[in-house]
Write a protein that binds this ligand. Structure first.
Ligand code: FES
Length: 136
């Protein structure tokens, strides 16, 4: 497995929240999150399916409840293992998956659409874009 595509060790993943990392698609850098679920690991793009400018993990881990990711904006719930929204304004929508492989305790990015950049986020966020609090 290519060392440049290694994201993290499985044992680095937190139990009850997400692990943020940065990927590149062409010239654009994007965020993705790893989430451990019953020994399995999944990776999703780091945005809600309701408002795509809303990040699930804002840099200190996404909220989780009973194996589901919680969007802090309007409370949508997404199953950690399938990415399916089970409750909220985008019910039945599915998070964008990022392909990963676990090998010898390490997690590698294996998605042909992206390159691994770094752990955490290298993106500067305009906090004013998350100002609205109303439902739509
Ligand atoms: S932006 Fe996530 S539930 Fe509305």
């Amino acid at each position: 497995m290519d060392e440049h595509s290694r994201i993290a060790a499985v044992e680095e993943l937190p139990d009850d929240t997400t692990f943020l990392f940065t990927i590149r698609e062409g010239f654009d850098e994007e965020e993705a999150i790893l989430v451990a679920d019953d020994g399995d690991v999944r990776a999703w793009r780091n945005y809600c399916q309701h408002w795509t400018d809303v990040r699930l993990d804002k840099g200190d881990g996404a909220s989780m409840r009973d194996g589901e990711l919680v969007c802090g904006k309007h409370g949508a719930l997404f199953e950690a293992d399938t990415g399916v929204c089970t409750y909220g304004p985008c019910e039945d929508a599915v998070l964008d998956e990022v392909d990963i492989t676990v090998e010898d305790g390490d997690i590698y990015l294996t998605d042909d659409d992206y390159e691994f950049v770094e752990q955490g986020s290298s993106i500067t966020h305009d906090l004013s874009s998350n100002r609205s609090l109303g439902f739509e």
